[in-house]
Design a protein around this ligand. Structure first.
Ligand code: CUA
Length: 195
């Protein structure tokens, strides 16, 4: 879906702007340090500090302006990736240490819920995941076949989070727990086969 592509490139743009900003700050600090040829080290420090602070104020205003403008452009797409029409609903129950996924709705105690750590959908389908936990807090993170994270939400006890994602590309998606939940946390993996 184009929203996810837009989001990724926006993240990339934001990261690039932050990186350029950080480089500018570092270079400016070096420049100020080099250019203040005051023989008195205390005085030199004072002058450098003052110049850095002055630059920092301008940098802050500049960055804040960019952020506000970008927010204006991007907020209209919120919430990302939500489509009215949902093709499939999947219940996801996390536990220490595994996952129970099923097309059945959750009724009653999540501990009694039956499901597998594998599910199959068709490509192009929009899936709404109802994500909860029967014990500790976990995190349901979906990765596409290329290994890029495409969606995630927390799996919390006594609460159900909804996560909507459209699987545009066929392939083997993976989901893993992204919240440390004990020593076998890394074993909390599963597959979404997109046919
Ligand atoms: Cu469940 Cu980490």
């Amino acid at each position: 879906m184009s929203y996810s592509i837009t989001l990724l490139s926006l993240q990339g743009t934001a990261a690039t702007i932050s990186l350029i900003g950080a480089i500018i700050v570092i270079l400016s600090v070096f420049f100020v340090m080099k250019s203040t040829g005051n023989p008195d080290p205390e005085e030199e420090k004072h002058v450098a500090k003052h110049q850095v602070y002055k630059f920092r104020d301008k940098y802050f205003v500049g960055l804040a302006t960019i952020i506000v403008i970008m927010l204006g452009f991007t907020l209209q797409y919120m919430p990302y990736n939500v489509k009215k029409q949902v093709d499939k609903e999947v219940t996801v129950v996390a536990f220490q240490w595994g996952w129970k996924l099923s097309f059945d709705a959750l009724q009653g105690d999540p501990k009694e819920f039956k499901g597998k750590n594998k599910i199959a959908v068709s490509h192009g389908e929009t899936v709404k995941f109802h994500v909860t936990s029967q014990d500790a807090t976990h995190n349901f993170g979906i990765y596409d076949a290329a290994g890029d994270i495409v969606a995630q939400t927390q799996a919390m006890p006594h609460y159900t989070n909804e996560l909507v994602y459209q699987f545009d590309k066929p392939g083997e998606y993976k989901f893993i727990c992204l919240e440390y939940c004990g020593q076998p946390h890394a074993n909390m993996t599963g597959k979404i086969i997109v046919e």
